[in-house]
Design a protein. Structure first.
Length: 394
């Protein structure tokens, strides 16, 4: 009778105190859904590596709430349908409280409902305005600037650059129309004419007809709003058409890999822009040392911040659920507490009972009520002889 009773008491205690069971060694599984293949495959693996590096640091320091972190990684293939399947697997099978890493706006738009319906927290690098206007109920933050902030900064550069007549070539994506709208609103009062725009199919093998249509407007600048595979084709067709004006695109539309594969004469003079990491911050220096590279880019910095924010929020909340992360994340990011620049330092401060404010490698990491970052800087490069030449951060 005594053995039976003790077994019953032990079983009841285990059921009543799942956190005790967790503290005995069960890994804390966190989801990663990022493009390891497809148009985002240049950025996805590097974002994953940054998250893995921070995870290793946290685990080396003892984990969170007595548990080591295990990243459960899925490839979203830069494809909404594949991403939704992977998200359901992470949510329904792996039971993760958070999904980190969606890149393409179309992918995030498709995955977000899976997350808020299951009360799973989502961190993303997608920039389309529409994403944070979804009814996500607070289960989403993004470290990437939204369309309005991006277009405003791009327009300021274009005005400084002295362009007078611009044409926009864009893929069919959630960010295309808002970007055109904000650019037009910003540029027109400063004497820059948006001479036209068109949307193209990102999977075509030639864009010569689109290029010819754009060149009829006689632009001195083409704003290329697409992804690396299609922008590479557009740049080739522009070169064949004899266009000698300027071209401007996001850094993910002309990657280092694409630059290596395209002839130098095709990419000569292209301007690229990306949200700038906070290169003067202690968090950025820590990320560079952790990754063993001199200059982590914005995506590596943002991924560093996702995993750090999630880990610190779970520790602050004392609970590893999507709802706990949602309810506590701004206690870490928007706090007036002591500034911390790494997850390990933040976890140590929390153990000491301190209030903390995480200031990240990508910037201050302060979020609005709907999950947008409030501000960031942008880095501009120009292609010279097949290589990126730094112009400015502003």
């Amino acid at each position: 009778m005594i053995r039976f009773t003790r077994r019953g008491l032990l079983a009841t205690a285990a059921l009543a105190a799942p956190s005790i069971v967790g503290a005995q060694g069960a890994a804390l599984r966190l989801g990663v859904l990022t493009p390891l293949t497809g148009a985002g495959s240049f950025d996805g693996p590097r974002m994953l590596k940054a998250m893995q590096a921070v995870t290793n640091d946290i685990n080396g320091a003892g984990g969170i709430l007595g548990r080591k972190i295990e990243l459960v990684v899925e490839d979203d293939e830069t494809n909404p349908e594949a991403a939704v399947r992977a998200a359901h697997k992470l949510v329904d099978v792996d039971k993760v409280p958070v999904i980190m890493g969606t890149w393409a706006s179309a992918v995030t738009t498709a995955v977000a409902p899976v997350c808020w319906e299951s009360k799973t927290f989502l961190t993303t690098v997608s920039g389309a305005d529409s994403i944070t206007h979804l009814p996500h109920q607070g289960y989403l933050i993004r470290t990437q600037p939204n369309n309005q902030l991006q277009a405003t900064k791009h327009a300021e550069f274009i005005i400084r650059h002295g362009s007078k007549r611009m044409f926009i070539l864009a893929i069919q994506a959630p960010f295309a129309e808002p970007t055109r709208k904000y650019l037009t609103e910003m540029l027109t009062p400063h004497g820059v004419t948006v001479a036209g725009s068109l949307i193209y199919d990102k999977d075509k093998t030639s864009y010569r007809s689109e290029v010819d249509q754009a060149l009829k407007a006689k632009p001195d600048l083409l704003y290329l709003n697409g992804y690396a595979p299609d922008v590479a084709v557009v740049l080739r067709d522009l070169y064949r058409a004899g266009y000698d004006g300027d071209r401007f695109c996001q850094s993910y539309a002309l990657t280092a890999k694409a630059l290596e594969e395209l002839p130098k004469e095709v990419t000569q003079g292209v301007y690229t822009v990306q949200p700038s990491a906070d290169v003067d911050s202690a968090a950025y220096a820590a990320a560079a040392k952790r990754l063993g590279i001199a200059t982590p880019d914005s995506y590596e910095a943002q991924a560093t911040d996702w995993i750090s924010i999630v880990a610190l929020t779970i520790a602050k909340a004392g609970d590893a659920t999507g709802t706990a992360i949602r309810d506590s994340v701004r206690k870490i990011t928007n706090s007036d507490g002591v500034k911390v620049y790494t997850a390990v330092d933040g976890l140590a401060a929390l153990k000491q009972g301190k209030e903390i404010k995480y200031s990240g490698a990508s910037g201050p990491c302060t979020f609005t009520d709907i999950g947008d970052i409030s501000d960031c800087k942008f880095r501009y490069n120009r292609v010279e002889n097949g290589a990126f030449k730094y112009l400015e951060v502003s």
